[in-house]
Design a protein around this ligand. Structure first.
Ligand SMILES: [Zn+2]
Length: 312
């Protein structure tokens, strides 16, 4: 079974490309591939202050993954074109992990629209507009909301990114940003690592109406494994991941559900989970609940792969 995880923050935790293959964090390729063939979205992410050097931090992380790909071509390959994705789906390798590059925050552009093309050429295929602070593109759900949605620059960024063939990711967007993105986007939009707000009331999660809008446009929602986004008490079990899968698929169809575990970006995982090695436990739990093989394949990776094939 081919897995696709739409969000992981391991790049900011490693000091060298070698560490991506084996480490003591949530994610390494050895443990990812123990589940089966695996496509991992690698996030370039900035936690550091001051915010104006975010771009430097994020570019360092991009350099780490590019170096890993150059130095270890047998172990890692980035998906840039449809052919790369097709190769991955054909070979179903459990020796080589396939990656997709994502930036978690449009501050990586440093305010310049032309940076989108340069980053696209390096391999960036998913642009998460914002993280936990407002940037010059839009308001964050955790920010002060200076733009009441997208800035003028943000409107240009969304349009240009879609023109280039990058997917827009609305996880972390404010509700108003979400609304504006949905009204101007012409391609499927994803929420790479967000859950259902009606099951866990955190603002980072999606309202039912938002889930439906994403699905209607052909987008996919990646279930986040962070305990605080799974259940209000913060004391989550693997079955809470399944509750969110069930809610979202009942609301908007099973073809809009995938995984976006947020590994190495969260402090706590559901009881019994230690990292990426536990993906198969969720699959087994779904099969025990009488999900069909086809449904489980769609959730594990098929839905995101379908979307990526379309966009690439
Ligand atoms: Zn995030």
């Amino acid at each position: 079974m081919l897995f696709f995880d739409a969000h992981c923050d391991i790049l900011y935790k490693v000091k060298s490309p070698e560490e991506l293959f084996s480490n003591t964090h949530h994610w390494d390729s050895r443990r990812a591939l123990s589940n089966g063939p695996f496509i991992q979205v690698f996030s370039a992410f900035n936690e550091s202050f001051p915010r104006n050097i975010a771009k430097i931090h994020m570019e360092e992380q991009i350099n780490t993954i590019l170096k890993a790909e150059r130095d270890f071509p047998d172990k890692l390959k980035l998906i840039r074109r449809k052919e790369d994705l097709e190769e991955c789906c054909e070979k179903l390798s459990t020796d080589k992990v396939y990656g997709i590059l994502e930036a978690e925050g449009a501050e990586i552009l440093g305010g310049s629209l032309s940076e989108l093309k340069r980053l696209y050429d390096l391999g960036l295929r998913i642009l998460t507009l914002v993280w936990n602070y407002d940037n010059d593109v839009c308001d964050s759900v955790a920010g002060q909301n200076p733009y009441n949605g997208l800035s003028d620059f943000g409107v240009e960024v969304v349009k240009e990114a879609e023109r280039l063939g990058m997917i827009i990711d609305v996880s972390h967007s404010s509700d108003k940003t979400f609304e504006e993105v949905m009204s101007i986007s012409s391609k499927p939009v994803i929420a790479s690592h967000s859950n259902a707000r009606s099951l866990c009331s955190h603002k980072r999660n999606l309202a039912d109406a938002q889930i439906k809008m994403i699905a209607e446009k052909g987008g996919v929602i990646g279930i986040n494994f962070y305990s605080d986004f799974l259940i209000n008490t913060g004391n989550a079990q693997i079955l809470d991941i399944i509750r969110h899968i069930e809610h979202i698929s009942a609301l908007a169809g099973i073809s809009c559900v995938g995984f976006g575990a947020d590994l190495d970006g969260v402090e706590t995982l559901p009881q019994g989970m230690t990292g990426v090695e536990n993906f198969n436990d969720i699959i087994e739990a779904l099969l025990r609940l009488n999900y069909s093989e086809d449904q489980v394949k769609a959730i594990a990776g098929g839905n995101f792969v379908r979307l990526m094939k379309k966009v690439l």
